[in-house]
Design a protein around this ligand. Structure first.
Ligand SMILES: Cc1c2[nH]c(c1CCC(=O)O)Cc1[nH]c(c(CCC(=O)O)c1C)Cc1[nH]c(c(CCC(=O)O)c1C)Cc1[nH]c(c(C)c1CCC(=O)O)C2
Length: 343
């Protein structure tokens, strides 16, 4: 199926574009009243994630309502640990909890390398339904968590400011840590390849907890597995978004990937220098900039666009949009990118 709007893919591959493409991390979600209406009819978050027709509906909402240049499949990075045998619960207003965590060698041994068709078929079905319903309007982004971020949740058992249990395991038992990371990596590679077969047009890897590791640990326990994943996806554009990993950018320049995501702490010019001209950069407006009045949103968005300078840029926030953001401000951000970046 020929895409009617392929700006995202051309920008990812470094081909010329008429303007800068724009989408938002977490665009499908609580900022939209239409999302909350679907969600309220259901038993919870998981029912939405696990019902392909509903997941497709909320995936497409931001395309209809916000006019973004890409859809991202509505799911969660935590479906991967669940497929491996570590189930999660999503607690309203608190976040994810894992009733059973991974602590011992026996726990690690009990985790399976999941077959995506057997254990994550609902995501693959959601991708197929979404592709059919999008009918080529915009590309569909597939995603997964980076192995380190998934490891952090499996060992910690919930979100955390420090993930100190997970980080402790890297010091106490590096070998066992690698065994678990290898299983997560194998599952993730098969899962992402299956997403591509199901119709995903670009893949994004979220390393949300990159920034809490010391650089040497990051290289040993996160970067090498991200690098393996990139090598396993040779025929599709890949974006690596590693929050807080400014110290790893020289390594990221060497990855077999097309796009690097920047959070709002990162200096755009410095990062461009380190990454070089062979990759596209994505980001990086502070999500809090959308709490400005409309004139402020426009001003901050233009400043951000000026910093990237147009070429090889995909406009986005520096992390997911905050749930209490006014959707009209999100639209203002999107329209400003579209008008101001016209070439
Ligand atoms: C760390 C992480 C998670 N999930 C994800 C990450 C990586 C990105 C990041 O760093 O933010 C990824 C994710 N989660 C969700 C998406 C949907 C697609 C999109 O970007 O629009 C994506 C890409 C839906 C979701 N995932 C979650 C929601 C909110 C739950 C709800 O709607 O009831 C949504 C829309 C829940 C979730 N899921 C997770 C947490 C910590 C939470 C609770 C915090 C929160 O509520 O925002 C884990």
């Amino acid at each position: 199926m020929q895409l009617k709007n392929d700006l995202l893919l051309r920008a990812a591959l470094g081909q010329p574009t008429e303007r800068t493409p724009v989408w938002l991390m977490r665009q499908a979600g609580r900022i939209l009243p239409e999302y909350r209406a679907v969600r309220e009819r259901l038993s919870g978050f998981k029912e939405l994630v696990e019902t392909p027709e509903l997941a497709a509906e909320v995936t497409i909402q931001p395309v209809d309502l916000l006019d973004v240049d890409a859809a991202i499949i509505f799911s969660d990075i935590l479906v991967v640990p669940e497929a491996m045998g570590c189930t999660y619960e999503m607690i309203e207003k608190r976040g994810p909890i894992f009733p059973k965590t991974v602590k011992t060698a026996a726990d690690v041994a009990s985790m399976r390398i999941a077959d995506p068709h057997e254990h994550l078929g609902y995501v693959l079905d959601a991708i197929k339904v979404t592709k059919r319903e999008l009918n080529g309007r915009v590309p569909l982004i597939g995603f997964a968590g980076a192995p380190w971020t998934i490891f952090a949740y499996m060992v910690e058992g919930s979100g955390s400011k420090t993930f100190s249990h997970a980080r402790k395991m890297l010091y106490e038992d590096p070998e066992l840590s690698h065994t678990l990371l290898q299983k997560i990596t194998a599952t993730t590679i098969a899962y992402l390849q299956a997403q591509v077969e199901a119709g995903a047009d670009l893949i994004q890897i979220f390393d949300s907890w990159a920034g809490i590791l010391p650089p040497a640990h990051y290289k040993e326990f996160s970067y090498r597995y991200i690098s393996e994943i990139c090598k396993a996806l040779p025929n599709i554009p890949v974006t690596i978004f590693a929050k807080g990993a400014f110290f790893a950018m020289a390594d990221f320049a060497q990855l077999d990937c097309q796009v690097i995501g920047l959070d709002w702490n990162m200096n755009v010019q410095e990062t461009r220098q380190i990454i070089g001209d062979n990759k596209t950069l994505q980001g990086n407006l502070d999500p809090c900039a959308l709490y400005n009045d409309f004139a402020g949103v426009e001003r901050e968005t233009k400043k951000m666009l000026d910093a990237f300078g147009g070429d090889r840029h995909i406009a986005n926030l520096g992390h997911g949009v905050y749930p209490d953001t006014d959707p009209e401000k999100v639209k203002c951000f999107i329209q400003t990118v579209k008008e101001y970046s016209q070439r």
